[in-house]
Design a protein around this ligand. Structure first.
Ligand code: SAM
Ligand code: CA
Length: 278
């Protein structure tokens, strides 16, 4: 897809934050490249090691939302969620359970200097801003300012604008520019990546230098609607099929990267947390 095309959703980021409950369970037989193949009954099956997924139904996901998430959602988050629900590309938003997870994570790692790649209307941005200390900062990059401006008034009303440094434009050249400045190296406590999946591997090579040792990079949508283990001809939307090989490649690269410790967290559409160790 062409950068700069803002007429269609997913022209930049086909990120689909479908509730985990409505994703495929990952029990379709496939080879390691994710293409359709004959079942290998012996190879690495999960049967004896617990459930194939924690959230096995929409009802269970709804229960989580109603019990643990909505009652504790900040009123500004709720307002932004409701604004975003009316937007035609609302599939791209971060779901509220993931927003809650990000907030807790920020506090657990005492994050202060953070970055977000891919803002859309700003649900994850607002969540992060709510969790950071008053002198915390988020450099937030997106090619699309129009969508950011839908959420910006809510961030303003919440009294959090001073934490947000929105930078309009393509991500990659901005990261390259940041790398030229010594003070940015190893500066960030947390970086949330929720943008164009075909560039994630390129982002990773840059972000690993920008995040501090002990800091965390979170790559979003790493389960890609469950499509990673579906047959090639499974009836997914075009954008899912298009970006699928890039997500498979990212997961392979992250799993083999000795500079990080990782955990594939099955929240939202899959969030891979990477802690830099060297
Ligand atoms: N984190 C957001 C949230 O919580 O609502 C969702 C982000 S949305 C899935 C992806 C965003 O990335 C879109 O707003 C899109 O404009 C932006 N994007 C995609 N590719 C980009 C690129 N190469 N440079 C800058 N922004 C990009
Ligand atoms: Ca996402």
């Amino acid at each position: 897809p062409q950068h700069g095309n803002t007429t269609k959703p997913y022209s930049h980021d086909p990120s689909a934050s479908t509730p985990a409950s409505s994703q495929q369970n990952g029990n379709t037989p496939h080879d390691q490249n994710g293409s359709s193949c004959v079942v290998d009954k012996k190879k690495g099956r999960h049967a004896g090691a617990g459930h194939k997924s924690i959230l096995q139904s929409d009802a269970l996901y709804q229960y989580v939302l109603e019990t643990s998430v909505y009652p504790r959602e900040n009123p500004y988050q709720r307002e932004l969620r409701e604004i975003t629900e009316k937007h035609p590309w609302n599939l791209m938003t971060t779901p509220p359970d993931e927003g809650q997870f990000l907030m807790l994570l920020m506090k657990l790692i005492n994050a202060k200097n953070t970055m977000e790649l891919g803002v859309y209307t700003g649900y994850s941005l607002l969540s992060t801003a709510l969790a950071l200390p008053d002198d915390g900062k988020i450099i937030a990059m997106d090619i699309n300012r129009e969508n950011y401006e839908l959420g910006a008034p809510v961030i303003e009303k919440a009294g959090l604008s001073h934490k947000v440094d929105f930078r309009e434009g393509l991500i990659l050249p901005q990261l390259d520019e940041m790398l030229l400045e010594e003070r940015n190296l190893g500066f960030f406590d947390f970086i949330f990546v929720d943008a164009d999946k075909d560039n994630y591997v390129k982002y990773h090579e840059r972000l690993i230098k920008l995040v501090k040792v002990g800091g965390v990079i979170g790559y979003d949508n790493t389960l890609w609607n469950g499509s990673l283990v579906a047959p090639e001809d499974a009836p997914y939307p075009k954008y899912i099929c298009h970006y699928r090989p890039f997500v498979l490649e990212l997961n392979r690269v992250l799993a083999g990267d000795k500079r990080i410790e990782i955990s594939q967290v099955p929240i939202g559409d899959g969030l891979t947390l990477c802690r830099r160790i060297k």
